[in-house]
Design a protein around this ligand. Structure first.
Ligand code: ADP
Ligand code: MG
Length: 260
């Protein structure tokens, strides 16, 4: 398993402790995800899975009290969120945010734009070519997972159904082609067909460009299609067991209590 390794690299989380003021939620998380690997993090409600996703991307309001997070040795915790994304980390949100006035294309263009003041930023022809390229990729990706292309022109996530939002997140992921993707319950709100389409697209990214995946979920169903190389059981802010895909079966049979 692991697909063709297109890019090298690893995302390393060591002894990560974090929480909100007065409350520790992550209590020493250790994980290593290499390029071309799919890791699943399975845990019950309230175990801190979304907190892990948010802390990896640097969401304001959470404080890190210990440990490190590096991507190819780069200290991610020292960087603002947008720079973590530039280094190659991507998050699909459990609850995608509505962004009135900003289309999916606008968001992707802003996320990959040349930095202000650079030579590229002042080259209009190059900028138009880049916009056309990204728009083309976006509609190809939408077609690949059956997202109505007309939704791409609308404001990001505004008036989209839960399933459409998750597919839209996946389309953004496939267009942006990050090195590592954290998927926070990308399966929630999806019907079986949409779930299969989303999971297949993520799996294909692993082979196509060596995407590394940290897929957070509490159900096995996503993993039937995504086929993780490694499964971590996450309880009470820590990884309490790590194994192969068969570990997801144990969770299904025995529940999380068995691991607590
Ligand atoms: P999961 O995604 O596994 O369901 P979360 O990471 O969302 O869990 O939450 C873990 C625990 O931390 C929950 O008890 C939740 O209420 C608490 N928590 C998460 N974020 C915050 C926050 N910003 N402020 C206060 N409590 C929070
Ligand atoms: Mg959550």
């Amino acid at each position: 398993m692991g697909g063709r390794r297109v890019s090298a690299g690893e995302l390393v989380v060591e002894g990560l402790r974090a929480g909100v003021p007065g409350r520790e939620i992550l209590r020493g998380v250790d994980l290593v995800v290499r390029a071309g690997e799919v890791h699943a993090v399975m845990g019950p409600n309230g175990s801190g899975k979304s907190t892990l996703a948010h802390v990896l991307l640097g969401r304001p309001g959470y404080e890190v009290t210990g440990g490190t997070v590096t991507l190819d040795g780069v200290d991610l915790l020292a960087l603002p969120t947008w720079q973590r994304a530039r280094v190659g980390l991507f998050l699909t949100l459990q609850h995608p945010t509505e962004v009135p006035g900003v289309s999916t294309l606008d968001a992707l263009l802003a996320g990959s734009a040349p930095l202000a003041g650079s030579v590229e930023a002042t080259d209009r022809a190059a900028e138009e070519a880049r916009a056309a390229h990204v728009a083309g990729l976006l509609s190809t990706e939408a077609a690949r997972i059956g997202l109505d292309a007309s939704l791409l022109d609308r404001a990001l996530n505004v008036d989209l159904s839960g399933g459409e939002r998750k597919r839209n997140e996946t389309v953004q992921l496939a267009t942006a082609r990050p090195r590592f993707a954290v998927l926070d319950e990308i399966d929630s709100g999806l019907d079986v067909d949409a779930l299969a389409a989303v999971a297949h697209r993520v799996r294909e990214g692993v082979g196509e460009w060596g995407l590394g995946v940290l897929a957070i979920t509490h159900f096995r169903r996503l993993l039937d299609v995504l086929v993780p190389d490694v499964v971590h059981v996450f309880v009470d802010g820590r990884v309490v067991a790590t194994g192969g895909a068969e570990l997801a079966m144990s969770v299904d049979r025995a529940g999380y209590q068995a691991f607590a």
